[in-house]
Design a protein around this ligand. Structure first.
Ligand SMILES: Cc1cc2nc3c(=O)[nH]c(=O)nc-3n(C[C@H](O)[C@H](O)[C@H](O)COP(=O)(O)OP(=O)(O)OC[C@H]3O[C@@H](n4cnc5c(N)ncnc54)[C@H](O)[C@@H]3O)c2cc1C
Length: 475
């Protein structure tokens, strides 16, 4: 059923058990679960159906990372048994074509699967008209016994002159040609991941500009420092304690090719600033994302919100409008803005809708990964927070670049930090940098979520030689 094939003119038919705003991971989970229980459900999206992860986030990004891994492996193994007569290089156009083979089918297949399930689909911008009313653009007005806000996030406003010249991650993932000089504004995971891909694709002048002393703030500092070292060895200029003051477009034709000037201010330890500028062909916004809620007219429905999103209780229900729930990146739930959390939120909301607030969200053991090469991963408590909490724990920390697993593939930068509580032997946190850290972190995530002890993990038998089998030496 689409909004056009559905006779929305009739009062009765504008009424739904559930109106879902968004069609990403969070929205889709709730819509399908409630529809399976026999509810009358509508979904609305103003962009092609499918959400960020499948269309403009995780999935297309990791296709690019896959190609970059091939180049990096090739370079690392030169003189270690690998000889290439020709340079192994990324053909960006072909790679983008391959990427599109994943993204392009999504909107249609997502919409068809909604319709096959009997969910009514609407295209347009949604906003609230009252506590149970939602309008779609200027055409449709819907009533929901329940309403789910699952609108995701978007790049935050930076309020700097020339902000309009920035491209965002959506556009980076659509570039039909990579440029010679790229500046990334912000030292978060999106900048690091894209910079690592661009470096392997042959871009020579890449700069990451980060305001604070510490990039990738939610990851372990020692391992971040190792990754920054690896990143700089690739020729990527990582500028810390450096603020982007503004971006100018070069007008003069005498400086052909110099498209933008990024004005920056570097702070030294005494707080003194040195002003400089960098020439760039593209400037990419990698400075964080905010919940996409500001044009939903939440006030009209009495829905309270804050900077981190719609204010919800542990059932992911709005604290001020009980008919409304929020899930995924747009909810101030305490969960990380990641796809597995959006899907998990969706399950929690569906369960609570179908059986009166039966379950509470619990984000313990959420793994988080920076898909650089090598990847950086983290789960559970950081060393600083464990200390702040006054817990008694031991820290197992080491570089692993001399370990067999890294030497075998000539990876120069790798390491781990595992925090184990004294007395209980519980694993409090695990932090990994190195080949397959993105996979191995899942073992620690399971251990933390299921409250396994280090001694439980020691009992496991691992396949060998694998990065997972290295866990034995980390406990
Ligand atoms: C470049 C990039 C890389 C990422 N990589 C990873 C990764 O490797 N791993 C990971 O776990 N996470 C990653 N993420 C984060 C992940 O994509 C998100 O956490 C996840 O997609 C959030 O899902 P969601 O359902 O909350 O929202 P979304 O998937 O963002 O869906 C929200 C939908 O709501 C629609 N919408 C918004 N407002 C309105 C409105 N007013 N009316 C109608 N429709 C509206 C939007 O068009 C969108 O389709 C990445 C994100 C980006 C940007």
């Amino acid at each position: 059923l689409t909004s056009s094939s559905y006779n929305i003119g009739e009062e009765e038919e504008k009424k739904f058990d559930l109106v879902v705003i968004g069609t990403g991971a969070a929205a889709s989970t709730v819509a399908h679960k409630c529809r399976s229980a026999g509810w009358k459900v509508a979904v609305i999206d103003s962009r092609p159906f499918g959400g960020t992860c499948a269309l403009r986030g995780c999935d297309p990004k990791k296709v690019l990372v896959g190609a970059a891994e091939v180049v990096d492996m090739n370079n690392r193994m030169k003189g270690k048994g690998i000889e290439t007569n020709r340079v192994t290089a990324i053909n960006w156009r072909d790679l983008m074509k391959f990427k599109r083979s994943f993204t392009e089918p999504v909107p249609e297949s997502r919409e068809k699967s909604f319709q096959k399930a009997g969910i009514v689909t609407f295209h347009g911008r949604a906003s609230f008209t009252g506590s149970t009313g939602v309008k779609v653009g200027d055409s449709d007005s819907l009533e929901g016994r329940h309403i789910l806000i699952a609108t995701g996030a978007k790049p935050m406003k930076l309020n700097i002159p020339g902000e309009e010249y920035l491209i965002i991650s959506d556009q980076f993932l659509e570039l039909d040609k990579l440029q010679d000089r790229i500046v990334f504004v912000g030292g978060g995971y999106i900048s690091f991941e894209f910079a690592h891909v661009a470096a392997r694709a042959g871009v020579k002048a890449i700069t990451i500009v980060h305001r604070g002393a510490r990039p990738l703030e939610n990851f372990d500092l020692d391992l971040v420092n190792m990754l920054v070292g690896r990143t700089r060895n690739l020729g990527i200029n990582v500028l810390l304690q450096t603020e982007v003051k503004g971006i100018e477009k070069k007008k003069s034709s005498s400086s052909a090719g110099k498209k933008f000037i990024v004005n920056i201010a570097l702070k030294d330890d005494g707080g003194k600033k040195e002003e400089r500028s960098i020439d760039a062909d593209i400037v990419v916004h990698g400075a964080g994302r905010n919940p996409e809620i500001e044009d939903l007219e939440l006030e009209k429905a009495g829905i309270e919100y804050e900077k981190k999103g719609v204010k919800v209780n542990e059932h992911l229900q709005s604290i001020s409008n009980p008919g409304v729930y929020a899930a995924g990146d747009c909810a101030a739930s305490g969960g990380l803005p990641l796809t597995p959390i959006a899907s998990y939120d969706g399950q929690i909301v569906a369960d609570n809708l179908l059986e009166a607030n039966k379950v509470a969200a619990d984000y313990k053991g959420t793994p988080s990964v920076v898909f650089t090469i090598p990847p950086l991963a983290s789960v559970g408590l950081s060393e600083e927070n464990t200390r702040k909490m006054g817990l008694k724990f031991k820290t197992n920390y080491s570089s692993t670049s001399e370990w067999y697993s890294s030497r075998r593939i000539n990876e120069s930068h790798s390491g781990f930090k595992v925090l184990i509580e004294e007395g209980t032997d519980k694993i409090l946190g695990a932090h990994l940098l190195g080949p397959h850290a993105d996979e191995v972190i899942n073992i620690f995530a399971m251990a933390i979520r299921l409250e396994l002890r280090a001694s439980d993990l020691r009992k496991a038998l691992w396949s060998y030689p694998t990065n997972t089998s290295d866990i034995t030496y980390m406990l």
